[in-house]
Design a protein around this ligand. Structure first.
Ligand code: SAH
Ligand code: SF4
Length: 350
C-alpha cells in the first residue's frame, strides 16, 4: 500500500503517470487531497471510476487509525490514534472563540525527556514519528473542519514527544504543513524542552515558525528537579541559544511556565525569572499545571499567578495565563493515552 500523504506533488504526478494517467489527473487528485481535503476516494467525483478503484486497491489516505475520541464542553476534540505498529499517539483540536482553529500534534510515541509533571514523560519513550505520521494528524483535523466549511489555521507541535529530539522529521512535517495545507510559518509553533544544539540549528533553518521553550523554573536547581534535560543544558546555555535564535530570526521567543503550587509560583521565582528575561524579545505563557497521576502537585492559585505576572511586569517582561482547554477530557499532554491504558472504560464517542 502506498500512503498518499507520504508523496510530494511531484511524486504523486509520477505515480499517476506510471499508471498511464494524464498529468491533469494528478492535479485533480492533489486538489481533492489538500484543497478539498476529502478522506475517501469515493468523494473524488471527477476522477474516473477505474482510477478510484485502483487508488482504493493500491494506496491509502494515511496510516493512522482512530481508537478513541473525546469532545469537551468548550469544543476541544482530543483523539487517540493507533499507528501501524500498535503505538498510540494523541492529537487535540482547539477551536477558539475567535477565528483560530488550532491543532496540537505529537512528534513521538512517548518521550525520552522524563519531565516529572508530564504524563507523556512518565510513560517513557517508544519511538520517533515519521514526517507523514506527524503531518497526518493535522490533515485529519483539517479534513473534519473542511467538511464543516471551516479551515485549520494554526498548528502547535506540543502533543506527545519532544520535536527537537526528532528534529528532521518534525522539520520535514512543518514544511509539508506549510506547503500542502497552506499554513503560514507564523501560524506554526514548535515547543521544545530546551535541546540547545537543535535550537541553534532551528535558528539557522530560515523558517519563520514560532519557537516556544518549556522553561518552568528560573534557577538550575529548580529546573533540574522538574526537567532532567537541564542537567545536560543548563539555563545559561539555553538562554544563549534563545538569544541566538532571536538574533538570527528577529522573532520573539515564548517561554512556557507550567504554574505549580508551592514550587514555581513563588515571589522569589518571579523575581529570578524577571531578571533572567529582562530586555529579551520574549513573552511568558503561564499554564496552570494539569495534574497527572505520577506527580503529586496541584496548579498554582489564580491570585498567585496574578502576582507572578505583576512581578514580571516590573522587569518589563510580558506574561499571560493560557486558559486550560478541554480540562474535562484529559486534554493535557499524554493524558488520554494514560487513561486508555489504565482503564478499559473510557467515554469514547467514535
Ligand atoms: N516536548 C515539548 C512539547 C510537548 S509538551 C516540550 O516539552 O516543550 C507541551 C507543553 O506542555 C510543554 O511546555 C510542557 O512542559 C507542558 N506540559 C506537560 N505536562 C504538563 C502538565 N501536566 N501541566 C501543564 N503543562 C504541561
Ligand atoms: Fe517530553 Fe515535553 Fe513531556 Fe518533557 S514536557 S516529557 S519534553 S513531552
Amino acid at each position: 500500500m502506498i500512503n498518499l500523504y507520504e508523496l510530494s506533488e511531484t511524486q504523486l504526478t509520477d505515480l499517476l503517470t506510471s499508471w498511464g494517467e494524464p498529468k491533469f489527473r494528478a492535479k485533480q487528485l492533489y486538489d481533492w487531497l489538500y484543497n478539498k481535503r476529502v478522506m475517501s476516494f469515493a468523494e473524488m467525483k471527477n476522477l474516473p471510476k477505474e482510477l478510484r478503484s485502483r487508488l482504493e486497491a493500491e494506496t491509502s489516505l494515511g496510516t493512522l487509525s482512530l481508537v478513541a475520541e473525546q469532545s469537551s464542553r468548550d469544543g476541544t476534540i482530543k483523539r487517540l490514534y493507533k499507528l501501524t505498529d500498535g503505538q498510540l499517539i494523541e492529537s487535540v483540536l482547539m477551536p477558539y472563540d475567535d477565528d483560530r482553529r488550532t491543532a496540537c500534534i505529537s512528534t513521538q510515541a512517548g518521550c525520552a525527556m522524563g519531565c516529572v509533571f508530564c504524563a507523556t514523560g512518565q510513560m517513557g519513550f517508544s519511538r520517533h514519528l515519521k514526517p507523514e505520521e506527524i503531518f497526518e494528524q493535522a490533515m485529519r483535523f483539517a479534513s473534519i473542519l473542511e467538511a464543516d466549511g471551516d479551515r485549520l489555521s494554526n498548528i502547535v507541535l506540543m502533543g506527545m514527544g519532544e520535536p527537537f529530539h526528532n528534529y528532521d522529521s518534525s522539520v520535514e512535517a512543518i514544511r509539508r504543513l506549510m506547503h500542502e495545507l497552506g499554513i503560514g510559518a507564523r501560524h506554526i509553533t514548535v515547543s521544545t524542552v530546551g535541546l540547545v544544539p537543535q535550537i541553534r540549528r532551528f535558528a539557522d533553518e530560515g523558517l519563520q515558525v514560532k519557537l516556544a521553550i518549556s522553561l518552568h523554573a528560573a534557577t538550575d536547581a529548580e529546573r533540574a528537579k522538574l526537567l532532567p534535560v537541564n542537567k545536560r543544558w543548563p539555563l545559561s546555555e539555553l538562554m544563549d541559544a534563545c538569544r541566538y535564535y532571536i538574533e538570527k530570526t528577529g522573532r520573539r521567543v515564548t517561554f512556557e511556565w507550567a504554574a505549580i503550587q508551592g514550587e514555581n509560583d513563588t515571589s522569589e521565582q518571579a523575581h529570578t525569572l524577571g531578571k533572567l528575561l529582562k530586555g529579551m524579545l520574549c513573552h511568558v505563557n503561564i499554564i496552570p499545571l494539569n495534574p497527572t497521576g505520577g506527580y503529586h502537585h496541584g496548579p498554582a492559585a489564580s491570585d498567585r499567578i496574578e502576582q507572578f505576572i505583576e512581578t514580571l511586569a516590573t522587569y518589563g517582561v510580558s506574561a499571560t495565563v493560557r486558559m486550560r482547554r478541554g480540562i474535562d477530557i484529559d486534554a493535557g499532554c499524554g493524558q488520554l493515552k494514560a487513561a486508555v491504558i489504565n482503564t478499559d472504560d473510557i467515554g469514547v464517542n467514535l
